[in-house]
Design a protein around this ligand. Sequence first.
Ligand SMILES: Nc1ncnc2c1ncn2[C@@H]1O[C@H](COP(=O)(O)OP(=O)(O)OP(=O)(O)O)[C@@H](O)[C@H]1O
Ligand SMILES: [Mg+2]
Length: 504
Amino acid sequence: MKTIGTVISTFEGPSTYQFNFVIKEDSGEIPVHKGQFIQLKTEEGILIGRIDEVIKTNRYFMQAESVREYEKSGKPLMDMFPVDRWEYLVAKTTTLGVYNNGLMKRVTYPPSPGSTVKEVDKNILTDFLGLDSDGLNIGKIAFHDLDAKINLTRLFHKHLAILAISGAGKSHLVSVFVEELLERSEELGKPAIIVIDPHGEYVGFAEDENYSKKTKVFSKESPLSISASSLSPYQIIEFLPQISPVQRRELIKIIQDLKNKKKYYGFKELIKAIEDSEIKKVTKDTMISWISNLNITHLFSNVNYPSINDLAKPGQLSIIDLSGFNRLNEKQIIVTSFARKLFNARRQEKIPPFILVLEESHQFCPEGVERQGAISKEIIETIAREGRKFHASLVLISQRPIQLSTTALSQCNSQILLRILNPYDLKHIGESNEAITSDLIKTLPGLQVGEAVITGNAVNHPLFVQIRPRKSKESSRLGINFEDAIRSFNNGLKKNEKDLETFM
Ligand SMILES: Nc1ncnc2c1ncn2[C@@H]1O[C@H](COP(=O)(O)OP(=O)(O)OP(=O)(O)O)[C@@H](O)[C@H]1O
Ligand SMILES: [Mg+2]
């Protein structure tokens, strides 16, 4: 391994927590980077450290007065002395652990001043970071030519949150995950993937010949539909957040009676049953108006489409494309219904372990509002709390983490953070999980598109990753930018004028 420096003695160390080393400079090349991992030998084994800061020093420039005097005299220090030779770099390094015969241990003994610091061995680093040669390859570890292959169980078993500002690369990263999951070998096992896609961004998978066979898109045109008679009374009540406990009891009884009488029924029959019941007129009218509101969404019919077994298949990507629905309430009904069915079916082991990806999750599981604000909140929080026991995994994606339920967010034991600027969002993320340190938070505004930090359960130490380019097609619906849209609109206008002239 290449030598990159020598440990020095300072006031603070070397200690078991940190040490500094002077960097050996090679001509031209930048020798080290902030964030890079290094290794050195100590009595305990091979110590692995991370460079947290690189400082340039030059004793010629230490005294402010003398620098000023030289500058004033018109003879800058640069011209008078060989100052370049006295510039050197010091790397401040945090110790992360010691590696000894394949075992990782805490550092309990400091390195010696004078020890040689080396580039880290890739195999040791792979073990040390908890990467997995059979894992999902999402890019490269920054400053090390090493694939970021993340273990599937560690990443998804206890839920994942992907948070960043708009345009930072969240959906791109999810597409990379989907590619890796769809390409996974049968022997390694493939989960079912279900993506709730509010903007129709993922339909590119169905247009791409390499993935189209493994992809199914369900949309307003399919049409997505929920069979009213297959819903339990409790599932119907779930769509009526305004209901009081008394009304709830009464409505459950009416639905139960209807169920006993008829195997198949729609909301029209339910409305009739409410009309015929003996409850108070005011309550009747209120209930009827709620059920009528559900009925006019056209989401309910006498069939379930897709069926739960069509939706969750091993190695299949199912996209629930919500782009055709304008009302948030309709989108929430769909999310509530399918998330609930997926979770129930998984609890009974009727479907394979699944990964449910929820784009714009702050719209479906918001912080601070009661259930009236988002009917889907309860089931998302339930899966967040209990899903791991049943291998029902959530991937929550949001560009407004502060608006996302803290309950759901704190259950995501792995986080992938891309560029984030808003101080309130940064604070919320920091508070949601103890694994996210304030040092890590500070780095988030400086990340570029496609740069990510993975932290939490998925890896042993927070990891900077350059997310790889995607192989799959982007959805053709997202294709054009603002200027092209203006041009295309204007060309359309001109064509219409020409057609009109020809016609005249
Ligand atoms: N790792 C990457 N490599 C190359 N291009 C990338 C990468 N990540 C993102 N991009 C590009 O940046 C653009 C924005 O990415 P993306 O749509 O994933 O952002 P987003 O975080 O999902 O935004 P929004 O919150 O608005 O949905 C896309 O055109 C995408 O192709
Ligand atoms: Mg997106």
